[in-house]
Design a protein. Structure first.
Length: 555
């Protein structure tokens, strides 16, 4: 509901747009928020402006209630505030350095406009670690194809069977690092391993499509957004360069034996459904004096590491999925320490923009906590769940499923030979382990588990016409040929109310929570004087006003 997304720095010179009790919403604050909203969706009209203003008023109501309840005095707020203050100072320092080199030039804005309106088609291979990604890249350089390697790295059936083909996408539809790498490639070219949020990707550009004409008018409408995106991406690249240079200067030397022990504990905790890492009790099985790494010539012990890691969020810690991720996490803490030292020396902790960012982040924390406090007690009425179930029973059905195993090979002749061998009594499991290219299923004797017809795509009809024990295929999927055996069939059946209840509750709960929050807000707002200056509201300019930039239509 709440999308507080810009620094709420009151300025003496900005007219007051609205007052909520003693709190003020200025024209500057409102215009910043309106820019953020139109950046997400380029629409600016009276209903959107009114909805935004009401949201900002609701936020002030919640913040006033948070102060009344003393939430700023509670320990969780104090801990979060300390982390926010450090993060705000170091991010301001990094961005200030990067901003000197991240000015968006007109030609770069035009190029961004062109790229934003093109589509590229690509395929990729995924690896969880850099070491595995480099191995895949070496195989490609030695002559292996994406079609040959995809079944070995993807559990997703579609990507495994189509050589990692992603289809066409625009630059804002994929992760920025991935899109930037894809758009830098020539048709048919293969990238080196690219770091993404979830691991590493190797990308091959298959096609690039641009609109035949891009007009001056279109450029004028989109120029502000393209300018912001261009500067933002340049800044991100400059920060990456600075991080790499600074990290190199720290000369980080990891103690691999300790890193291995730390990662093994992460795996044990997660296997036991233990959330210690996410909750902040970090690596309690290792001694405090164990040396994690040498950083800038000094030992970092487990005690040093825990103190710094405790200042990070549960989300940041939950991203540690591999040993490389753990090293990156520790390296990030080392960078954070270094940047904090530099930021303090440069006086960034007292910078006005930093103080505004701190207020914004603290308020965001309080808004999220207040929303939880006001909605966590909401419970779904059982009769409402039963009503939804009875009104649309067709929505609550277990689809027909089949337990299958498969053998996937690279050519039709081999697949036909496999079918003949199986019909002559060959063991399916042994052939799968020996010949199937899809590694994860081959290790299980070809067993895929239970699938629906939709899971199998165009092969679904053929496979679901088989009886248990029957062999089907070969079915062609891209460059591959698959043979299936149905081991068991489960017919479609209606879910009981108890089986459907959790899904119905998950669907309806946000609606009931929204209603409860609205009711609570109305009650909290009643004793507060709310005054909106309509004259100031009329003075707010549209962020979508076209800019001139001299863009020529492209052919």
């Amino acid at each position: 509901m709440f999308f507080l997304s810009s620094c709420n720095s009151n300025t003496d010179t900005s007219p007051v747009l609205a007052r909520v009790g003693k709190a003020e919403i200025t024209q500057d604050e409102y215009e910043k928020r309106l820019r953020d909203v139109t950046m997400l969706a380029p629409v600016d009209n009276a209903p959107i402006r009114q909805a935004l203003l009401q949201t900002m008023i609701d936020e002030e109501v919640l913040l006033i209630e948070a102060d009344r309840r003393g939430l700023r005095e509670q320990e969780d707020f104090k801990q979060r505030s300390q982390a926010i203050r450090m993060d705000a100072a170091l991010e301001a320092y990094r961005e200030a350095i990067a901003d000197t080199k991240a000015v968006a030039q007109e030609e770069e804005i035009k190029q961004a406009f062109v790229l934003a309106n093109e589509q590229v088609a690509a395929r990729h291979l995924y690896a969880p670690s850099l070491e595995e990604a480099n191995t895949l890249y070496a195989k490609l350089q030695a002559g292996a194809t994406f079609e040959e390697l995809a079944p070995q790295v993807f559990k997703d059936y579609r990507l495994a069977s189509n050589g990692g083909y992603l289809g066409y996408f625009k630059w804002d539809e994929m992760e920025p690092n991935f899109t930037a790498a894809a758009q830098d490639l020539k048709k048919g070219e293969i990238s080196k391993p690219v770091r993404t949020k979830h691991g590493y990707s190797i990308i091959k550009l298959e096609d690039r499509v641009r609109p035949p004409i891009l007009t001056e008018t279109e450029y004028g409408v989109q120029r502000k957004k393209m300018k912001w995106i261009t500067a933002h991406r340049k800044r991100a690249r400059e920060i990456q360069k600075m991080d790499a240079k600074t990290f190199q200067s720290l000369n980080v030397q990891f103690q691999d034996a300790v890193i291995t022990q730390m990662f093994e504990q992460i795996q044990r905790d997660r296997a036991n459904s233990n959330q210690l890492l996410e909750e902040g009790v970090l690596f309690d099985a290792l001694p405090e004096t164990a040396v994690v790494a040498q950083i800038a010539g000094k030992n970092w012990t487990m005690n040093d590491f825990r103190a710094r890691a405790a200042q990070t969020s549960a989300r940041q810690r939950s991203r540690i999925q591999t040993k490389d991720d753990l090293k990156d996490f520790i390296g990030g803490l080392a960078l954070r320490d270094e940047y904090l030292r530099r930021a303090k020396r440069a006086g960034f902790e007292k910078n006005a923009n930093v103080l505004a960012t701190i207020r914004h982040q603290e308020n965001l924390f309080l808004l999220e906590k207040m929303t939880r406090l006001l909605t966590n007690s909401v419970r779904m009425p059982l009769d409402s769940l039963r009503y939804v179930y009875s009104e649309r029973p067709q929505d609550y059905v277990f689809p027909e499923m089949a337990r299958v195993r498969e053998i996937t090979v690279a050519n039709q002749a081999q697949s036909r030979s496999m079918v003949r061998q199986l019909k002559n009594g060959a063991d399916f499991s042994e052939l799968a382990k020996r010949y199937s290219l899809r590694k994860w299923s081959a290790e299980r004797g070809g067993e895929v588990g239970y699938v629906t017809k939709a899971d199998l795509g165009q092969m679904g009809d053929g496979v679901f016409n088989l009886k248990p024990g029957e062999i089907g295929g070969p079915y062609q999927q891209g460059e591959y040929f698959s043979i299936f055996e149905v081991m068991e069939r489960l017919p479609a059946r209606q879910k009981t109310f108890d089986e459907a209840k959790a899904g119905i509750e998950e669907m309806l709960l946000p609606i009931y929570q929204q209603r409860a929050l609205r009711k609570q807000l109305e009650a909290l707002r009643q004793p507060l004087a709310v005054d909106v200056n309509q004259q100031v509201l009329q003075q707010v300019k549209s962020p979508l006003q076209a800019e001139s930039g001299g863009m020529r239509p492209t052919q």
